[in-house]
Design a protein around this ligand. Structure first.
Ligand SMILES: Nc1ccn([C@@H]2O[C@H](COP(=O)(O)O)[C@@H](O)[C@H]2O)c(=O)n1
Length: 620
């Protein structure tokens, strides 16, 4: 792990349950190759992961089973190691490329900017030329304008130890905000292509579908149905992502999917047993296939535990070298430079909104009013709108570093505005963005405004939890408050923490963390945690800036409300522009993109960094 990273705290653990084919899975790592420097539970880095997979491959060989390492995209945007360099990814592409990966695909984040699409094509695809799969993604070559597959459409291989034949596909959900040098083919269209029809008739022992697709999104369901119609009994393993959650979904007895979280907090483990080799004909209906999964907290305590190694035997030379490369990259980019000291934690969804601990309340009441200023229009009252999805992570009490700015908001979106909008019209926009779903077309679904954990369709357990409220009536996003995984019940746990053994306790005090419930039960997490509550957030927040003050003599005793301004500047982060225009039109404003002007060239990242430097004392 990285210098300065806190040591992980020991926790009661569940073992990995190996099968004939085993998968180790990362997804949505968003540049967090250095691990989490402020959270011991997730503090292992990509070098440690390389050591881990090397030991796990050896274990698989000793057991005579197979192990495949998978990544399902969104490798970029969200961490200084990627975002702070010029060009972006100067260090992170090479560091990521040090891992041996058996199948990988593209996420939507690789496609927002033309430069990252091209970088993927010219760097990651050739690096992983035998394992990169692009079933529904094309690249437009800049030299010729030709549209070519971003990588091979599917791969076929035979596993090393048990000799299973596998056909692997790699999809992206039906994403449509991609840069012009890429083409995403809707999944249902891709499945009509000749290559796909050939692939599903290959009669392998196992279909492997990797995808940057939420498990509960329609795309995986569609792929499952088409493969299953043609292959009644063949096991199908889906490895997905995009939703930033730990989840497992059952499609049928022989088809399961897992998703392995976000930000390199989680290393997913899926095992399959009972796969029957085909002897030229169809697999028999009787073959019973079992799927097991484990969500590994990415820290050294757990990685040592699962490999049976320790501090001195665990790191491989390769792993150590990669950890060193990460440390060098971080140093060159000055990622640990402190911009200010946060006096408290500010949460995205672990605190209710609005509240003093909500990062969105902090933005709305402190950061935006102080920072969204265009000198030429500084006295014009304005509404400033930011989508909650623009914020990606929490702020922890302590040093707020250069790195933190990219963890919080990596996007290069700037602030635009429409001048002098009648207040009666402008004041309706926020409500429509947050609650006016049907006003917008399906292409402008308002779910794309909020945080992925809330936006992407989630399983029945999440849905049930999000119908709950806390005792003050605030809607929960998900909270395993009623999960059987309570601190008092540690059934299935194999190792108590050293501290707790020393204290001679049977039921140690647990630390807060993921307590996942999915289609396979509530025993998926490797480390047993006490549950954390997550609260729902709105799609967008809004700050009222430079509004008229209440009338009166300023003695503070005035009760009359301030008058509304006649007109305001409607300022918004550029990502939300299509929704804002639509909401204005619905509210009776005759506006289009032609009315939009640049308000400030600062990104939200710049705005937050500037505010922290100005308002928080430098050192902690
Ligand atoms: N310029 C951008 C780009 C994206 N977002 C937000 O991120 C969400 C997608 O995140 P994933 O990690 O799940 O791909 C998207 O729905 C937006 O909320 C943004 O705010 N600005």
């Amino acid at each position: 792990s990285q210098p300065g990273a806190p040591a992980p705290v020991a926790a009661p653990m569940r073992d990995l349950e190996w099968g004939q084919i085993n998968f180790i899975h990362t997804t949505d790592i968003h540049g967090w190759l250095g691990g989490h420097l402020q959270e011991p539970q997730y503090s292992a880095d990509w070098g440690d992961y390389i050591s881990f997979t090397s030991h796990m491959r050896k274990k698989a060989d000793e057991k005579g089973v197979d192990l495949l390492v998978i990544d399902t995209g969104d490798r970029i945007e969200g961490n200084g190691l990627y975002d702070a360099s010029n060009p972006k990814g100067k260090y992170s592409y090479d560091i990521f490329g040090e891992q041996t990966i058996d199948a990988l695909c593209t996420g939507n984040h690789e496609l927002y900017q033309e430069t990252s699409v091209a970088r993927e094509h010219n760097t990651t695809v050739p690096k992983f030329k035998h394992s990169y799969i692009a079933s529904n993604l094309d690249y437009i070559e800049p030299e010729t304008g030709n549209q070519i597959p971003q990588a091979q459409r599917y791969i076929k291989f035979t596993t090393k130890n048990l000799g299973y034949n596998v056909v692997a596909l790699g999809f992206l959900f039906n994403f449509d905000r991609n840069a012009n040098n890429s083409v995403v083919q809707p999944v249902e269209e891709a499945m009509k292509e000749e290559w796909f029809q050939k692939a599903i008739r290959e009669k392998p022992d196992l279909f492997l579908v990797i995808g940057h697709v939420g498990l509960r999104m329609k795309e995986f369901e569609q792929i499952f149905k088409v493969i299953r119609d043609e292959n009644w009994y063949t096991p199908i393993a889906f490895l997905g992502g995009h939703a930033h959650v730990r989840d497992a979904r059952k499609f049928d007895d022989k088809a399961y999917a897992i998703a392995s979280g976000r930000y390199f907090e989680t290393i997913g483990f899926l095992s399959i047993d009972g796969i029957k080799k085909k002897s030229g004909s169809e697999v028999s209906a009787e073959a019973a296939v079992t799927f097991k999964r484990r969500y590994i907290d990415n820290n050294l305590f757990g990685l040592h535990y699962h490999t049976g190694l320790n501090e001195s035997t665990f790191p491989t030379e390769h792993g150590r070298n990669v950890s060193r490369l990460i440390a060098e990259g971080r140093k060159a980019l000055n990622l640990d430079d402190s911009f200010g000291c946060a006096s408290q934690d500010l949460w995205m969804s672990r605190a209710p909104y609005p509240s003093d601990s909500s990062i969105f309340s902090w933005l709305e009441t402190q950061v935006l009013p102080d920072s969204i200023v265009n000198e030429e229009r500084k006295d014009v009252p304005r509404l400033a709108i930011v989508n909650t999805g623009a914020i990606r992570f929490d702020i922890f009490k302590g040093a707020f570093t250069k790195d933190s700015t990219y963890l919080i908001s990596p996007f290069i979106s700037r602030f635009n505005y429409i001048p002098d909008v009648p207040y009666a019209v402008a004041s309706k926009v926020l409500e429509l963005l947050n609650n006016g779903g049907p006003v917008f077309s399906s292409a402008l679904d308002t779910q794309y405004l909020t945080i992925p954990e809330q936006a992407v369709p989630r399983g029945p357990f999440f849905e049930a939890a999000s119908a709950e409220t806390d005792n003050e009536g605030r809607r929960l996003l998900f909270a395993d408050v009623d999960s059987p995984q309570k601190p008092l019940s540690l059934s299935g746990a194999n190792s108590l923490s050293k501290q707790d053994e020393d204290k001679g306790k049977d039921d140690p005090e647990l630390i807060g963390g993921y307590t996942t419930r999915d289609d396979l039960g509530d025993d998926g997490d490797d480390a047993i945690h006490s549950p954390i509550k997550f609260y729902a957030v709105p799609n967008c927040i809004q700050a009222k800036i430079s509004f008229p003050s209440p009338p009166g003599n300023g003695d503070g005793n005035d009760t009359a409300p301030a008058p509304d301004p006649e007109t305001v500047d409607l300022v918004f982060i550029d990502y939300v522009q299509p929704w804002v225009i639509k909401a204005l039109q619905f509210s009776g404003g005759d506006y289009s993109n032609d009315n939009v002007k640049v308000y400030t060239n600062s990104t939200l990242t710049d705005v937050i960094a500037g505010w922290v430097k100005k308002h928080w004392k430098k050192d902690c």
